[in-house]
Design a protein around this ligand. Structure first.
Ligand code: FEO
Length: 401
């Protein structure tokens, strides 16, 4: 049974909402779910399908496509991205519509050979940057967007309706829940955290490539953005484009600090609590705190991107950084975290070493300014560490003003 939504008079959403998958890409928890968006354009006697969906939703998706086509043939399938959350249903779809021409770039064609057993070579219409495809009233043009999020990614711009089919860009975690458009949500209240966590963890590494796409986007008149995840943007596009500009240029959204700790027996947590309270005593209120043992790193990464400052309080574990913090630091490096001010606090009951090792890992990232001193405790905070803590707090509070 179809579940189709009308985007415009002749453009339809035919995607799916996933509330079952526990971890997106087997990494990121998605308690809020995720949508896989696909679209069908009916332009007179020409029909176009833009992307498909995760294979778990192949059957309802095909029913949606058939319902919109309503007996018409399918002329084109545009494939913008080969990641299987969008392309896994492609093979079944293309085989269900053998007359459809497959519109994609050469890199996508190579990946099709990797993923599928059907040879689609005879059906390809290969496109590159700036190529156009005339339908009836509508003309499509193609914008290559390598590494946003995979190297083969492209976007399709409908010149006539000024609609950008943006692939993963401008996507967000979260299901649509019967709605479709950004202005049907309180996005800044309910979805921006999901969008930030999606962006920073999925494409955070590729800021330069996102900046390239934003520059291209600035040169075209976009009235509507149809991403592969999350709501369609039909209003206030500047709000979301500006967020992506900040994230991809590694600038903070907000002056403030995220404090992240792990604590085996409470001593390190107590140090982090004293640090947070001391900042507040010095007039800082934009403070958020996480226990890394309770919170998936993707949430921590999102807040590190969001705020100007972060602090890490960490025990020494087998002479090394506690593994949860070490994992976070590796993720930060992989995702190109940069342009931050940081504080480091360490604990070690006989040989504190985590602080030095954390600083070494932060040194491998770009433009992370670590404020002195590192506060070192042995098991629990004592009066002897008050001077170091006060010095760190004074410097951090001054930096946050
Ligand atoms: Fe939503 Fe890169 O796939």
């Amino acid at each position: 049974m179809k579940c189709v939504k009308k985007v415009t008079d002749n453009l339809y959403w035919v995607g799916a909402n996933d509330r079952t998958t526990e971890r997106f890409e087997s990494v990121y928890p998605i308690p809020e779910g995720v949508s896989y968006n696909a679209y069908v354009l009916i332009d007179g006697d020409k029909t176009v399908l833009f992307d498909t969906v995760d294979f778990a939703f192949c059957r309802p998706f095909l029913e949606n496509v058939a319902a919109v086509l309503d007996g018409r043939k399918l002329d084109y399938i545009v494939v913008n991205h080969m990641e299987p959350d969008h392309a896994a249903s492609f093979e079944f779809t293309a085989n269900a519509y053998p007359e459809a021409t497959i519109v994609c770039n050469a890199k996508i064609q190579t990946m099709m050979g990797q993923y599928f057993n059907t040879d689609f070579t005879e059906r390809f219409h290969t496109v590159k940057e700036g190529d156009t495809l005339a339908l009836n009233d509508h003309t499509l043009t193609f914008v290559m967007a390598p590494l946003v999020h995979w190297p083969e990614v492209m976007m399709t711009y409908d010149i006539t309706s000024k609609t950008l089919f943006s692939a993963d860009a401008f996507g967000t975690f979260g299901t649509l829940n019967g709605k479709l458009f950004n202005d049907e949500f309180d996005f800044d209240r309910d979805l921006i955290d999901h969008a930030r966590r999606y962006y920073c963890n999925i494409v955070g590494k590729y800021g330069k490539q996102v900046q390239n796409v934003l520059k291209k986007a600035a040169s075209i008149d976009i009235q509507r953005i149809c991403p592969l995840h999350g709501p369609i943007w039909r209003s206030d596009l500047g709000y979301f484009i500006e967020k992506h500009d900040l994230w991809s240029s590694y600038k903070e959204e907000k002056k403030g600090i995220v404090i992240i700790y792990t604590s085996m027996y409470g001593g390190t947590q107590n140090m982090a609590e004293i640090f947070a309270a001391g900042l507040n005593d010095r007039g800082v209120t934009e403070i958020t705190m996480y226990d890394a043992a309770k919170t998936h790193p993707s949430y921590l990464i999102a807040d590190i991107f969001k705020y100007s400052h972060f602090a890490i309080a960490c025990p020494t574990y087998t002479g090394e950084i506690h593994p949860l913090i070490e994992t976070l630091l590796m993720e930060m490096k992989h995702l190109s975290v940069q342009n931050k001010t940081a504080a480091v606090m360490e604990n070690g009951s006989w040989a504190p070493a985590s602080g030095k090792k954390i600083r070494a890992m932060l040194d491998e990232m770009k433009n992370i300014n670590v404020i002195d001193p590192t506060v070192t405790i042995k098991s629990t905070m004592k009066d002897a560490q008050t001077a170091d803590m006060d010095a760190l707090l004074d410097a951090m509070a001054a930096s946050l003003k």
